[in-house]
Design a protein around this ligand. Structure first.
Ligand code: ADP
Ligand code: MG
Length: 656
């Protein structure tokens, strides 16, 4: 299924402004206090009310100028923005847009002395804007709160130690350390180490680049393979939080299919409607005897007002944005509307095991030395080299060892995702990883007599022993699987780099449909590609993962979902959806939010087209008044906006 907008390649095209271009409808506006509209709405409401109440008196003066004055004042109070926008568009040569449509229609209403109606159009429109801005700013706040949960950090190197600090505290000239799988927090030059860098979060180029001593590396790119030290060359400029927020706000650019349809629709629709209105005003009075111009002009104006497409153009993106905001409040970050749409139709979900289905907090069960090592020495060796990895296994081994001060010094560390780590300790090469890693270096491994995940160790060419560790299933995993099945997900698959025995235990417990073990990252990718091929866009495949080795499959899936807590930066950056607290039941929740959003989008499309269609039919035979037209336009828009806001769900605390 290739209809997705992958982050990287799509990120380049963020310049175009969706809605304005198509039809001039108010696009989702930024950074305003929604209630400032009240300053205009209230006086306009009072004026129009007075105008209607004292209409007879006001009309009694010559040419009813007093009535015109009162309504014109109210009209300008609420409508000046629309008039201004219409004027600006006109100067730019954009004749057909929502603003010009509203301007022509309301000025037309003035000429036929439908004054309250003209004011009502602008007034309701303004109220709609207010609701819309309120909803947008609420969503933005939720997203922001969610992103604050996972702050950026840099590992600042001091003499003999490193300290995690906020990147803003790092000065040019300082040295930082970046572990494999981490995001490089600041621009700089590689001082030591050699690694592969994934630059796609910045450049959109999915080709990993190699970086050695002297190479420049950019903030925001991901260190994929080895530990590097970087001399910082620039101060911290923009946090990734700011970047992600911008990305999500521009989520309307990464449009869901329904939105794209609306945009295209509006582009042809608006000029067509204006043409029809002009024809209705001119043809009958000119060519049919006994038809007077004012009747047909009135009808033409009614038609124009009814047919404004704003309700759709505004409510559809708003619904998605509200849905994204609502999801954020539940701790689920959607990086675009398209993914909200894809989540609807997910039939197959591929899970990674460690850190995704399991807690990733391993407990050391046994330390089994070989070749004369003591248990302490073996654990120390393992902890020393694992101190430079961010893999859950590494963290657990460090914890089992405890005291970081006694660790041996380590150089030239390389982590091969899905296999393990290799580094120089003193004058020896030490490896910690699975059987495949050691076998690749021609070191044979004995069959372990312990259950669980086995981390084998070697020193130079000799096998040194193993550490058996066990991981626990996340508490909510069974419930999460059950809920997904209830929602109609048919196929649940587990792919893991771990060996068969611990994988099988998990797959059995969760009653998964399939599992594949001992996979290298490229094998995981092959399997996912095979599945995509098989399914061929008929329905969607989601991949859920946390590790560096999961990022290729997260990128390839129709929707990639990363664990935001334990997950590596590599996975989080590539994913389309991030579950901030790693809770698996959020998957079902994400599907439900996606379905609610989709349902509201369709409700609005049907509501709008239905009402407009009915009133257009009435208008054509002369039965619709200007008031009914006002309802069919701004009234429906308002209803659609209020409905759209529902996609955000009920309140509740942000960030979760
Ligand atoms: P999963 O695919 O289940 O999430 P990973 O791909 O992250 O698991 O890891 C697969 C296997 O690779 C682990 O079970 C372990 O044997 C080995 N491995 C990966 N990283 C490390 C590490 N830092 N130290 C030791 N072993 C590792
Ligand atoms: Mg994993």
């Amino acid at each position: 299924m290739n209809n997705k907008f992958k982050g990287a390649s799509h990120r380049k095209s963020y310049t175009a402004k969706t809605c304005n271009q198509a039809c001039g409808c108010p696009s989702i506006s930024k950074n305003k206090k929604p209630y400032w509209h009240m300053i205009f709405i209230i006086p306009a409401l009072l004026l129009a009310g007075a105008g209607m109440l004292f209409g007879d008196t006001l009309r009694a003066v010559p040419f009813a100028w007093a009535e015109y004055a009162v309504f014109a004042a109210a009209y300008l109070l609420v409508g000046w923005q629309v008039l201004l926008a219409a004027g600006k568009n006109f100067i730019r040569g954009k004749l057909f847009n929502e603003y010009s449509l509203m301007t022509i229609a309301t000025l037309g209403a003035f000429t036929i002395q439908a004054l309250p109606e003209a004011v009502a159009v602008m007034l309701f429109f303004r109220v709609g804007e207010m609701f819309q801005e309120h909803s947008v700013s609420r969503s933005r706040k939720s997203i922001q709160a969610l992103l604050d949960v996972r702050p950026d950090y840099a590992r600042l190197k001091k003499e003999n130690s490193t300290k995690k600090v906020s990147p803003g505290k790092v000065q040019p000239g300082d040295t930082i350390i970046v572990h494999p799988g981490e995001k490089i927090p600041l621009d700089g030059e590689v001082e030591s180490g050699h690694t592969i860098v994934d630059t796609s979060p910045i450049t959109g180029e999915p080709v990993p680049r190699s970086a050695g001593v002297g190479s420049m590396v950019a903030a925001g790119t991901i260190n994929l393979s080895s530990l590097i030290t970087v001399r910082v060359t620039k101060k911290f400029a923009e946090s990734s939080i700011a970047k992600i927020l911008e990305l999500v706000e521009n989520a309307i650019e990464r449009k869901a299919p329904a939105e794209r349809f609306i945009t295209t629709f509006a582009r042809y629709y608006t000029p067509a409607v204006v043409m029809v209105a002009v024809l209705i005003a001119i043809i009958p009075p000119v060519f049919v005897s006994g038809q007077d111009f004012s009747t047909w002009f009135y009808r033409s104006m009614v038609l124009l007002v009814i047919s404004c497409p704003c309700a759709l153009v505004v409510s559809v993106p708003l619904t998605y944005f509200a849905g994204i905001g609502g999801a954020s409040r539940k701790g689920i970050l959607f990086k675009g509307a398209a993914f909200l749409d894809i989540m609807n139709g997910v039939k197959k979900i591929v899970f990674d095991k460690t850190g995704t289905l399991t807690k990733g907090s391993f407990k050391v069960k046994a330390i089994v030395p070989h070749n004369g090592y003591s248990q302490e020495a073996l654990l120390e060796l393992a902890a020393s080299i694992e101190a430079h990895s961010s893999h859950p296994i590494a963290l657990s081994i460090q914890q089992a060892h405890g005291e970081p001060a006694t660790l041996l010094s380590v150089n030239n560390l390389t982590e091969t995702s899905g296999l393990g780590v290799r580094a120089r300790v003193g004058s020896s090469w030490v490896m910690a990883g699975n059987q495949q890693l050691l076998n690749q270096h021609n070191i044979s491994t004995p069959v372990a007599s312990h259950e669980g995940t086995i981390v084998h160790l070697s020193v130079d060419d000799d096998y040194a022993g193993y550490i058996a560790i066990s991981d626990e299933l996340k508490e909510e995993a069974t419930l999460a699987v059950q809920r997904l099945k209830e929602l109609g997900v048919e196929d649940l698959v587990m792919l893991t780099g771990d060996s068969r025995q611990p994988a099988e235990v998990i797959a059995r417990r969760l009653e998964l449909d399939q599992f594949h073990a001992s996979l290298l990252p490229e094998e995981k990718l092959d399997i996912v590609e095979g599945m995509l091929e098989q399914i061929r866009g008929k329905n969607a495949i989601a991949v859920v993962g946390d590790g560096i080795n999961d990022s290729p499959i997260l990128a390839r899936a129709d929707v990639g979902i990363a664990m935001g807590g334990l997950g590596s930066d590599a996975a989080i950056e590539t994913a389309d959806v991030v579950i901030m607290d790693d809770n698996l039941t959020k998957l079902a929740q994400a599907v439900r939010i996606a379905r609610t959003t989709r349902r509201i989008v369709w409700q609005n499309i049907i509501l709008t087209l239905g009402v407009k269609g009915a009133f257009l039919a009435l208008g054509a035979v002369g039965l619709a008044t200007m008031w009914s037209a006002v309802f069919a336009d701004v009234g429906v828009t308002l209803l659609a906006i209020i409905n759209a806001v529902r996609a955000a769900g009920k309140g509740g605390k942000a960030g979760n």
